[in-house]
Design a binder for this molecule. Structure first.
Ligand SMILES: O=C[C@H](O)[C@H](O)[C@H](O)COP(=O)(O)O
Length: 223
């Protein structure tokens, strides 16, 4: 197991109350957290209800004995622990490298606290090293692709290893775009949200409340 991920996950674990509704993120770092959480919950008889952010996370959490419920069955989520693909100094980030950005953003929006667990390679002064995932409805997606191309964003459909296009948990496509050098990310987020056929994008602005960096043991709170 990757030590940086374990350390970040352990730091997050300390922040989970004995009784809580917990949002479970997706990806490899979130997976480490879920495994540790399931172990601690069993050993310490924690009273947890968990809300997953992807089918994969749902299956994992249930298989480890965590109580998993649909987001619509809870009024709110106390704390969500998730990974990120890139984070800047203001704790804004890019997510969706594992194509789970839509459910992740919905769960985050209903969480009182959002904790991200990363290693220091994900931290950059400005976002754009990681391609920004944009989730689009399949119908007419080629037109969105062409729009993004015309705007110099170098779009690429996310493909599976067999060359077919990836389908998300909501049966949409992901188009990854290059946002290097773009300073007005709020403007970009707004522009993307207003494109008919775009379901969501992976820019998570002012969502992360606390960032835990496993490789250094540092914790940062959003100002
Ligand atoms: O869609 C996937 C999620 O946004 C993940 O949280 C993100 O890709 C980070 O994953 P990992 O911890 O595997 O680097």
């Amino acid at each position: 197991m990757n030590n940086d991920k374990v350390r970040a996950a352990q730091m997050a674990l300390e922040r989970i109350p004995e009784k809580a509704i917990v949002g479970l993120g997706s990806g490899s770092t979130a997976t480490v957290f879920i495994e540790l959480l399931a172990k601690k919950a069993k050993e310490e008889h924690m009273e947890l209800t968990c809300v997953p952010t992807s089918r994969q996370t749902e299956e994992l959490a249930a298989s480890l004995g965590l109580r998993v419920v649909d987001i619509d069955l809870v009024d709110h989520i106390d704390v969500t622990v998730d990974g990120a693909d890139e984070v800047d100094d203001a704790l804004n980030g890019i997510k969706g490298g594992g194509a789970a950005l839509l459910f992740e953003k919905i769960v985050a929006a209903h969480s009182h606290k959002n904790i991200w667990v990363v290693d220091s390679s994900k931290k950059h002064h400005q976002l754009g090293h990681f391609k920004l995932p944009v989730e689009v409805i399949k119908f007419g997606s080629r037109h969105i692709y062409k729009y993004l191309d015309r705007h110099g964003l170098k779009p690429e459909y996310r493909l599976l290893s067999d060359g077919h296009r990836l389908s998300t948990d909501s049966d949409n496509y992901i188009i990854d775009i290059d946002i290097q050098g773009i300073e007005d990310l709020d403007g970009l987020a707004n522009q993307l949200k207003h494109l008919t056929g775009v379901v969501e994008h992976g820019l998570f602005m002012e969502i992360c409340d606390e960032l835990l960096v496993g490789s250094t043991g540092e914790a940062f709170e959003r100002k």
